[in-house]
Design a protein around this ligand. Structure first.
Ligand code: FNR
Length: 402
């Protein structure tokens, strides 16, 4: 048997050999350190984003990442979080931080939900099934999109967390009515009507790419005749935009909401509110919750960053009407800022698709886990161990940018 001293000597010799070897080959040393990273896994959404990009075709990547017009609103959503600093309070007992809450009748492990996004199969073959499983394990809701690439029933069969269904108002109302009926039968818990899309914004990346939804990926919850334009390729035009012009109902007004509410007993959430005026109208029209959203900068370019108008919306509605926000949430500390400005919860979009593209279900779970644990850390370090401890005093304007 070898003595401890002999073993140590051997390790030292081995270490010297390895160091000399890598010193002579700097490229390999880099490869070695990235292998170490991969054991830990990505620790920020930005790292997940880099890995996701490498896995997706450029046109798909552009569809996911892009915004409309000059992408000013897209950039502003992200930048706005840097305009606030968090104000920590000290000597508070933070031995038990609890980010859980009740929302629309369900207990959530944190004030975070997955934003509705079309066609998860663009990111991973399992599509919404992987996302739903991951959301369920994280104890967080998934908002399934009307253009989901798996059926509402398949998604419900694997989900263990709350599901909400997002709708665009189609010209063919009977198609909407059928979806609502199916969602209710499958146990969905809320309807989320997206109200910022009488048509789809001009997304220049998609126009340049002549983007269409690839044949193997389909919005399987709708009749194929309603979706054909999304797959029809035209040089220099976006199939997504052409489809919306053909199928979305641009005549929709507040008065039409009664029709939808009459079709379902599910709570109705309005997504895409950016002003106090509309927030008041939404409350008057029986909305169960609002989402302050500019669609991740994909609709009206020049619309304000969501965080900037969140306080105005919160101030315009009764305190018991939950106001959610999305757009640019990339860290647990971003969630903390949103809570301080009055949000009940946030929706997260692109980072979820990055996780999905990187590693399917595990990738989504990892992104959600990162956000949740970062939020819990922030709660402890801010001296605000419960969600009700968050108020305007938790943030300060920080003009220099963070
Ligand atoms: C979206 N979003 C969206 N919203 C919606 O109401 N219905 C939809 O079908 C889609 N589809 C969609 C696809 C993709 C690829 C993206 C990136 C986004 C908007 C989404 O719900 C959310 O508002 C934003 O994504 C939030 O911004 P972040 O988190 O992506 O910055």
């Amino acid at each position: 048997m070898q003595t401890l001293a002999q073993t140590n000597r051997q390790i030292k010799v081995y270490t010297n050999v390895v160091q000399t070897f890598y010193a002579a080959k700097p490229g390999l040393a880099r490869a070695r350190s990235s292998a170490k990273e991969s054991v830990v896994g990505p620790l920020t959404p930005a790292e997940v984003e880099r890995e996701a990009r490498a896995r997706l075709p450029p046109e798909t990547w552009d569809f996911i990442q892009g915004g409309s017009g000059a992408e000013r609103t897209l950039a502003a959503n992200l930048a706005q979080f840097g305009r606030y600093a968090l104000r920590p309070r000290v000597l508070v007992d933070v031995s038990a931080c609890d980010p859980s809450l009740e929302l629309l009748g369900d207990r959530l492990s944190a004030p975070i939900a997955i934003a509705p996004m079309a066609y998860h199969q663009l990111a991973h073959p399992e599509g919404e099934l992987a996302t739903a499983r991951a959301a369920g394990r994280a104890g967080l809701p998934l908002v399934a999109g009307i253009f989901a690439s798996r059926t509402l029933e398949e998604i419900a069969a694997v989900a263990t967390g709350p599901l909400w269904l997002q709708l665009y108002w189609l010209r063919r109302r009977e198609a909407l009515a059928a979806l609502v009926e199916r969602a209710e039968a499958a146990g969905y818990r809320a309807l989320v009507l997206t109200v910022d899309a009488p048509r789809v914004g001009r997304r220049l990346r998609d126009v340049r790419n002549g983007f269409t939804v690839p044949e193997g990926v389909r919005a399987v919850n709708l009749d194929p005749s309603l979706m054909a334009a999304s797959h029809r390729r035209t040089e220099g035009a976006s199939g997504i935009e052409a489809h919306a012009r053909e199928q979305f109902d641009p005549t929709l007004t507040w008065d039409d909401l009664a029709w939808l509410r009459g079709r379902s007993s599910l709570p109705l959430v309005l997504k895409g509110i950016l002003t106090a005026e509309d927030a008041r109208r939404a409350a008057d029209h029986g909305a169960a919750a609002l989402v302050v959203s500019n669609h991740g900068g994909r609709q009206l370019d020049g619309a304000p960053p969501t965080l900037a108008v969140l306080p105005e919306v919160v101030g315009a509605v009764p305190a018991d009407l939950p106001v959610l926000v999305d757009g640019g949430v990339r860290h647990g500390t971003d969630v903390a800022v949103a809570l301080a400005l009055g949000a009940r919860a946030v929706l997260v979009g692109r980072p979820v698709l990055w996780g999905l593209a990187r590693a399917g279900e595990a990738g989504v779970e990892q992104v959600l886990g990162l956000l949740r644990s970062e939020l819990e850390d922030a709660m402890a370090l801010l001296g605000r161990p419960r969600l009700r401890d968050f108020d305007r005093s938790a943030v300060a304007h920080w003009d220099h940018g963070m």
